[in-house]
Design a protein around this ligand. Structure first.
Ligand code: WT7
Length: 651
């Protein structure tokens, strides 16, 4: 992994505005005063084990843990000796009291259909699905690939896996057949759960067809369970493919939740890194659940009567932690929506907030920038008075978008929590506490209690206030990844080898005079497109797999809506012509190999790529070219730059 020099990470941004929470908000909050907040942080700092043990007592344990933490650098175990079940904690735990008939899920389909499940109903659905999984030969430790849109059954399937100790690997339904096949192969998944299709902007996306393509290149899958969603014709292969409606509803709703070890793997989730191969991030049961649950209280200030909506797809970690495990562990009523924010019109989100009287709304800066573009009138035609707290995640939010969110959506009444975390961290790490923290637009503010985050230089030394550096975490935290699936060496190399003794996040950051963190984005070869992480190497390998391409380099280019856009520089096999037709073909080729999200926005054909003498592509130069040129047409001086870079090397 190449890490840019932190001294180069500069930020022109100096935001002076400050927003304290209102007294009305603070008075009713879980954490009401600065004194309470500081006491919590002090306790977490001075007696971390006792602090996290207290947090862990919020959930049910089938067998209590003997030890809070075992830190065998860089491998960690939390709540050692404890036994529990994540599904029991998300469902059964709520059945013996007033939450039994409380709504767990308010689900809204893109075409306008909807479903409501109480905790009791959810328990029965999950029980039937868990029994079906067992009938299909799935047991504890087996991997199950879930390739579905945001449907009640997708959430049910995740919980059913957890119930029997199977490991789910959710693959975002926007990923291609190739991406699905790679993930199934890496995990050696036994079962695939999918749908005939999914709705996206009024169109039926043919998911089962993608699965068929993927399964042609995998050998581990024994059965494929298919839920009917859109009603399109699908090919069902006898002996392998089974309809959900023929297998699941006939099962008994009772299925015992198995007691698993606190360190039993709950799920793997693939995310992009700095090589061509996605990493299977491993999350385990006890620590993950405790961390997600505590953040529901600290960050989202969740009360029993709240309606909570996180707009993330279940294919991303945000969907795992804040559409499924966090809210359900907390016994919340959650909203989940299947489709696009602009279907049938640009006000779909505001319509849903009004319809379900949503109180807490959590979305991504890229979505907010789209709302700004679409105009205030879409928001203003809806009654959003139910909202009391707003959140963002996925990338730095620019202060203008923050101010718009605050003014137009929050009516200057709702605190905004800008939450920094990663697939690897499992749950929120740096965020305001809404009843206490004075927020500054664009800053995720301060680490949560028990999170020891710092900004350091490349040697791991301290960096003065307001100087750019690298964001690291010094002590283990309960939700942290435990390893990369079957690749502990890569886990060590990726996160614990850059800077001595600490977890390196891959992000640049600065800390201001108040100790607030300002995240400046990735310093490695990872780009962030619309809040989703893409490895430049992955896109490059996809491009190079095209028969006309000799070499490719991919960089991020600043984009008003997506944060970063994908810019590709491509050299062709001799004799091939860089035509507009080929440009389109390459864009489609990448979408087919990875998914539409990775489709390059710009493709620039070039004679050569600028390289160092050791042959490393000089991405920094390419970034400058990409950022400086509106069209990436043939008027840029890339060839000159490539010469320039060689000259620099000679110096
Ligand atoms: C990367 C992690 C965690 C859920 C979504 C993304 C960036 C995330 C923020 C924020 C600035 C942020 C970082 C991080 N990021 N949240 N509030 N402010 N940057 O998960 O795909 O694992 O990406 O997203 O660069 O490293 P992910």
């Amino acid at each position: 992994m190449s890490v840019n020099d932190p001294a180069e990470i500069t930020s022109a941004l100096r935001e002076e505005r400050k927003f304290p929470p209102s007294r009305q908000f603070s008075e009713r909050a879980w954490i009401k005063t600065l004194a309470e907040y500081e006491a919590l942080c002090r306790r977490a700092e001075q007696e971390p084990d006792a602090f996290w043990a207290e947090c862990a007592r919020e959930i049910d344990w089938f067998q209590p843990f003997d030890r809070v933490l075992e830190w065998n650098f860089p491998f960690v175990k939390w709540f050692v000796g404890g036994k529990l079940n994540a599904c029991h904690n998300c469902v059964d735990r709520h059945l013996n009291g007033p939450r039994r008939n409380k709504v767990a899920l308010l689900w809204e389909g893109e075409p306008g259909d909807s479903r409501v499940l109480t905790y009791q109903m959810l328990a029965e659905e999950v029980g039937r699905c868990a029994n079906a999984l067992k009938a299909l030969g799935v047991g504890a430790g087996d991997r199950v690939a879930i390739y579905m849109p945001v449907l009640p059954e997708a959430i049910v399937a995740m919980l059913a896996c957890a119930r029997i100790g199977a490991i789910h690997s959710v693959v975002f339904a926007g990923f291609s057949a190739d991406a699905l096949a790679d993930r199934i192969n890496d995990a050696e998944a036994k079962l695939c759960i999918t749908t005939d299709g999914g709705w996206r902007r009024g169109q039926a996306v043919e998911l089962k067809r993608n699965v068929d393509d993927a399964l042609a290149r995998t050998s581990s899958i024994e059965k494929c369970l298919v839920l009917r969603r859109v009603g399109n014709a699908v090919a069902m292969r006898p002996g392998r493919d089974l309809w959900w409606h023929e297998v699941v509803p006939g099962q008994s709703p009772h299925c015992e939740a198995v007691a698993v070890d606190a360190e039993h793997t709950l799920y793997t989730l693939y995310t992009s890194g700095t090589t061509g191969k996605p990493k299977g991030v491993v999350h385990t049961t006890g620590g993950y659940l405790v961390h997600t649950l505590m953040t529901m209280r600290w960050v989202f200030d969740l009360r029993d009567e709240d309606v909570f909506w996180c707009t993330a797809d279940i294919g991303w970690v945000t969907g795992h932690s804040y559409t499924v495990y966090g809210p359900l562990a907390a016994g919340a009523t959650l909203v989940a929506y299947e489709g696009a924010p602009n279907y049938p019109e640009n006000d779909r989100f505001w319509q849903i907030i009004e319809k379900y009287r949503v109180n807490i709304f959590y979305t991504a800066p890229t979505a907010i920038r789209n709302f700004v573009k679409w105009g205030d009138s879409w928001v203003e035609r809806h009654d959003l008075s139910s909202l009391r707290l707003l959140g963002t995640v996925g990338e730095p939010i620019n202060p203008e978008a923050w101010m718009w969110y605050h003014r137009v959506v929050g009516k200057e009444r709702c605190p905004i929590v800008d939450t920094w975390w990663q697939t690897e961290t499992g749950a929120i790490m740096i965020s305001p506490m809404p009843g206490v923290t004075v927020t500054k637009p664009g800053s995720a503010t301060r680490p949560l209690p028990g999170v020891v985050a710092e900004v350091v230089d490349r040697q791991g030394g301290p960096v003065p206030a307001n100087h750019g550096g690298l964001l690291v975490i010094r002590r283990p935290w309960p939700g942290m990844l435990r390893t990369l699936f079957r690749d502990p060496q890569r886990y060590r190399d990726q996160y614990f080898s850059q800077i001595d003794g600490v977890y390196f996040t891959g992000d640049g950051a600065r800390r201001d005079e108040d100790g607030y963190f300002w995240i400046m984005g990735r310093v490695d070869d990872v780009i962030n497109v619309a809040g989703h992480r893409l490895g430049t190497m992955e896109i490059e390998s996809a491009l190079v797999s095209h028969p006309s391409v000799a070499e490719a380099a991919v960089v991020g280019r600043p984009d008003d809506l997506k944060g970063q856009a994908v810019a590709a520089f491509v050299t062709l096999i001799s004799g091939k012509q860089g035509t507009d037709g080929l440009r389109e073909e390459l864009r489609t080729h990448v979408a087919k190999h990875i998914g539409a999200l990775a489709r390059p926005d710009y493709v620039r054909f070039t004679e050569a790529l600028p390289k160092t003498r050791s042959g490393k592509i000089m991405r920094r130069l390419l970034k400058q070219v990409a950022a400086g040129d509106e069209t990436l047409g043939d008027t840029t001086t890339l060839e000159d730059l490539s010469v320039l870079s060689r000259l620099r090397e000679e110096e």
